[in-house]
Write a protein that binds this ligand. Structure first.
Ligand code: NAG
Ligand code: NAG
Ligand code: NAG
Ligand code: NAG
Length: 278
């Protein structure tokens, strides 16, 4: 009998909790735009949430475990609270109950951000979402290509290097020969993201007829960082199969020399004619 009562009570309580759950705060969602930021730029962190029947008590913002911004409507007119932290520059004007704007973003901010929403009144509910931000330093100049062994013919070995100046994280490189991918740099491991490094990619490929596009060889090296940085170098390689205009100029030379010969002949005939008249 007591056991039955106890089970009944548990069911009731669980049911109430479930109902309470349905009627309170839901769908706390953090989005960071942009989430890959060049160093020194700005980013907006947007926290959306569905309060249901509840009232908002507070929204807290964290970088890692450090709270840097808090919005508490009940504390009006001091609803916005900024906790100073030397690398975090909150734009107070642009920040409110659903977003926080960060300016002049430092490298150390790469990592997880959290928005944590707490509701007031009947049920004190807290929910949060975590999203990462990546701060990058793009290379100062575009990539460069160096090539050996031109001009190139069928069966020749094409050797090339592509190099992109230091960046954080380093740029990933891809070689394209006549728009076909012929080499790609290895994917970057996450623990290398905090380092500034040169990128180098070597290419060694034996060339066959199918590599030539109507005799032409166009080599491209593309440098990318996380869809934020994109630069390329393009080089037209010396090709032994290129339709060069030598034949045309030889024909021109032929015409000129036969013209010259004809002129000489005319002069010669005129001299003979002149002599016979005399
Ligand atoms: C916060 O500011 C942004 C940009 O001005 C605006 O779109 C958004 O509606 C504001 N949020 C609230 C709750 O007022
Ligand atoms: C960031 O959060 C994700 C999941 O929320 C976690 O897997 C990851 O370890 C966190 N990264 C850091 C640097 O704390
Ligand atoms: C390409 O890079 C490799 C390794 O750094 C180097 O040994 C080689 O001489 C370079 N070749 C060219 C053509 O720059
Ligand atoms: C390579 O692609 C570019 C643009 O994607 C195009 O303009 C160019 O004609 C292509 N070249 C060859 C050789 O296919």
């Amino acid at each position: 009998m007591t056991l039955l009562c106890w089970i009944f009570e548990v069911v009731i309580v669980l049911g109430l909790l479930l109902i309470a759950d349905v009627l309170t705060l839901q769908n706390v969602l953090l989005s960071i735009e942009p989430k890959v930021v060049p160093v020194g730029q700005s980013s907006t962190l947007i926290c959306t949430y569905d309060l249901q029947d509840d009232a908002l008590y507070t929204v807290k913002w964290y970088r890692g475990r450090y709270e840097f911004y808090r919005y508490t409507p009940s504390e009006y007119p001091n609803s916005k609270k900024i906790f100073p932290y030397k690398e975090i520059n909150v734009d107070e004007e642009a920040s409110n109950s659903t977003q926080v704007v960060l300016r002049n973003i430092d490298f150390v901010l790469s990592g997880n951000f959290t928005c944590e929403v707490t509701t007031d009144a009947l049920h004190l509910t807290t929910r949060y979402d975590i999203k990462p931000m990546l701060v990058i330093q793009p290379p100062e100049t575009a990539p460069t290509i160096s090539v050996f062994g031109e001009p190139l013919d069928y069966g020749d070995l094409l050797r090339a290097n592509c190099s992109s100046p230091p960046a954080r994280p380093r740029a990933s490189l891809t070689f394209f020969l006549n728009n076909y991918t012929v080499a790609t740099s290895e994917p970057l491991l996450p623990h290398h993201y905090q380092r500034s490094e040169w990128s180098d990619l070597g290419l060694v490929i034996r060339l066959y007829a199918e590599h030539f596009d109507d005799g032409r060889l166009i080599l491209r090296c593309v440098a990318d960082i996380e869809n934020v940085y994109h630069e390329e170098a393009v080089l037209k390689l010396g090709s032994a199969r290129e339709p060069v205009p030598e034949r045309v100029s030889a024909q021109n030379a032929g015409i000129t020399s036969s013209l010259r010969a004809m002129l000489r002949l005319v002069v010669f005939l005129e001299i003979i004619l002149l002599m016979s008249i005399l």
